[in-house]
Design a protein around this ligand. Structure first.
Ligand SMILES: [Zn+2]
Length: 439
C-alpha cells in the first residue's frame, strides 16, 4: 500500500487548513503550517462579533497533540482587527485554542489533563515538556469544568465523615469547625459524592439541598458520628432515613472509658504491687484489646494484673462483653440484651468513667441500635483517607480549599474524564443523576 497521507492531512481543524508540514528530527519536532479558510468568518475572540478593519497580523505557534513521539506545533498568522462592540483592536477567534493558554490547543489540554488524572501536574509537565505553572492551571480548570457538568448519582445509603483540611486560619477568629471538610460518601458505590466546607449543620444541609426533597426521600440510611448538628440536618431533610451512629466512634468512646477506668485502678493501686506495675499507661492498649488478639506475653501480663486486683477482672469482663456486640450475626435484640447486662455490671463495679459512658450511650442508643439492622459505618474507607492524607501533605492543599475539594472528588469520586463519555457526566448504568445548580 502506498502511503500518501502527510501529517498535515491528519489535522481536522474547523475554519483552518494545513498547508505544509516540516519535520525536525534532531529536535523531534514537527511544525505544521496553517492557513485560515477565507470563507470562515473572522470573529472577535472576546465578544464573538464580526471583526472589521484590519489592524495587523502576528505569528502564532501553538502546541498540539504529539505524534510518533514528536512534539507538534501549529504555526499560523493570526489577525488583529477592529471590533465594533469592544471598540478596540481584537485578535480573531481561533476555535482550537485552549482557554488555559493561547499557546496550546484544546485537544492538547484535554489530553494533558487526562494524564494528570493518573499522575501529578508536576510529573506530567516533566513528561510532556510543559511548564509547571501551566500544567497546574490545566488541571485546575479541567477539574472545574468537570464539576460544572457533574451530577450526583442518586444514593440509597450515605456515610458522612469529616476530615481536617487545614491548620491555617483563612480569617481572624475563625473557629476550628471551619477547618474541616464534610465528606458525603455513597456507601454502595464506595465513592465520594460531595465535599462541603466546615463541620457544621450547613455542610450537610448543602448536600441535601442539592439533591432536593425527592433525592432525600430515596435515602434509606445515613451513617454519621455522634455530632449533634448532623443529627439536626438529617431530621430536617431526611426524617424517614435510618440514622446510624457509627460503630467505630462508639468503640473509640468505649475504649477511652475503659482506659480511664484502667488509669483509675492504676492510681489507686499500692505502689510496688504487680497491679500497679502492669496497669501503667504504657500497658494501656492491653486493656482495650480483645482477649483473642493478645499475644501470649500480653495475656500473661493481664492475668498477673487480674490476680493482683480483682477489679481488673470485672473491667476485662465488661470490655469483652461489649465487644461481643459487634460479633458477626448479632441481632438488635441480642445487642440490646448485652448492653443492658453490661449496664448492671458497670453500676455494680462503680467505674466512674464507664458509668458516664453508659449514661451517655443509653441516651443515643436508638441510633446505635440502627447499626445492627443497617450494618453501615460512617468511617470513610482507608483508601479514601490515604488519598486525602497524601493530598494534604502537598502544601497546595492548604492554600486553595476549592482545589483540595475538587481533588478529593476526583481521586475518590467521579471527577474523572472516564465518567464523562462524550463530554457529559454519565455512569452508563441507568443511575438517576441529579444536576447541581450552585449559587
Ligand atoms: Zn469584541
Amino acid at each position: 500500500m502506498k502511503m500518501d497521507t502527510t501529517v498535515a492531512d491528519l489535522l481536522h481543524l474547523v475554519g483552518w487548513k494545513a498547508v505544509s508540514s516540516v519535520e525536525y528530527p534532531e529536535k523531534r519536532t514537527i511544525e505544521i503550517h496553517l492557513e485560515r479558510d477565507e470563507n470562515f468568518p473572522c470573529l472577535c475572540h472576546r465578544c464573538g462579533d464580526r471583526l472589521r478593519a484590519k489592524r495587523g497580523i502576528y505569528r502564532s505557534k501553538v502546541r498540539h497533540l504529539p505524534i510518533f513521539g514528536f512534539e507538534v506545533w501549529l504555526i499560523f498568522w493570526r489577525q488583529k482587527r477592529h471590533c465594533p462592540i469592544c471598540n478596540k483592536a481584537r485578535s480573531e477567534q481561533v476555535p482550537f485554542l485552549a482557554d488555559e493558554s493561547p499557546h496550546l490547543t484544546t485537544e492538547y489540554v484535554f489530553w494533558a489533563a487526562k494524564i494528570m488524572e493518573i499522575s501529578t501536574p508536576t510529573r506530567v509537565a516533566e513528561l510532556v515538556n510543559l511548564d509547571e505553572v501551566t500544567a497546574w492551571r490545566i488541571e485546575y480548570r479541567h477539574l472545574k469544568k468537570l464539576k460544572r457538568d457533574y451530577k450526583i448519582p442518586q444514593p440509597k445509603r450515605i456515610a458522612v465523615d469529616e476530615v481536617y483540611a487545614r491548620k491555617k486560619n483563612l480569617y481572624r477568629g475563625e473557629s476550628r469547625k471551619e477547618k474541616f471538610f464534610t465528606i458525603i460518601v455513597d456507601i454502595d458505590r464506595k465513592k465520594v459524592l460531595w465535599v462541603s466546607e466546615g463541620r457544621k449543620k450547613e455542610a450537610l444541609d448543602e448536600f441535601f439541598k442539592i439533591i432536593g426533597p425527592s433525592g432525600c426521600a430515596e435515602i434509606k440510611s445515613v451513617a454519621t458520628d455522634e455530632f449533634d448538628e448532623f443529627r439536626q440536618s438529617i431530621e430536617e431533610y431526611c426524617p424517614k432515613a435510618k440514622h446510624v451512629y457509627d460503630k467505630f466512634h462508639f468503640l473509640r468512646n468505649f475504649g477511652d472509658a475503659v482506659n480511664d477506668a484502667r488509669n483509675f485502678l492504676f492510681k489507686t493501686a499500692v505502689p510496688g504491687t504487680v497491679a500497679r506495675r502492669k496497669s501503667a499507661p504504657k500497658y494501656k492498649y492491653n486493656f482495650i484489646k480483645r482477649a483473642e488478639n493478645r499475644t501470649e506475653e500480653e495475656s500473661q501480663d493481664l492475668k498477673d494484673v487480674m490476680e493482683s486486683n480483682k477489679m481488673f477482672c470485672t473491667l476485662e469482663l465488661i470490655k469483652e462483653r461489649v465487644l461481643t456486640m459487634f460479633d458477626v450475626g448479632i441481632s438488635v435484640e441480642e445487642a440490646k440484651r448485652i448492653f443492658n447486662e453490661v449496664g448492671k455490671w458497670i453500676f455494680e463495679a462503680g467505674f466512674p468513667s464507664l458509668k458516664k459512658w453508659y449514661r451517655r450511650t443509653s441516651r443515643i442508643w436508638s441510633k446505635i441500635e440502627n447499626y445492627f439492622t443497617e450494618r453501615v459505618t460512617s468511617a470513610i474507607s482507608e483508601g479514601i483517607n490515604n488519598v486525602i492524607k497524601s493530598l494534604k501533605r502537598r502544601a497546595y492543599g492548604y492554600k486553595d480549599m476549592e482545589y483540595f475539594k475538587l481533588k478529593i472528588m476526583q481521586v475518590a469520586g467521579y471527577l474523572k474524564s472516564r465518567f464523562f463519555p462524550n463530554g457529559k457526566f454519565d455512569l452508563l448504568d441507568g443511575s438517576k443523576l441529579i444536576p447541581i445548580s450552585e449559587g
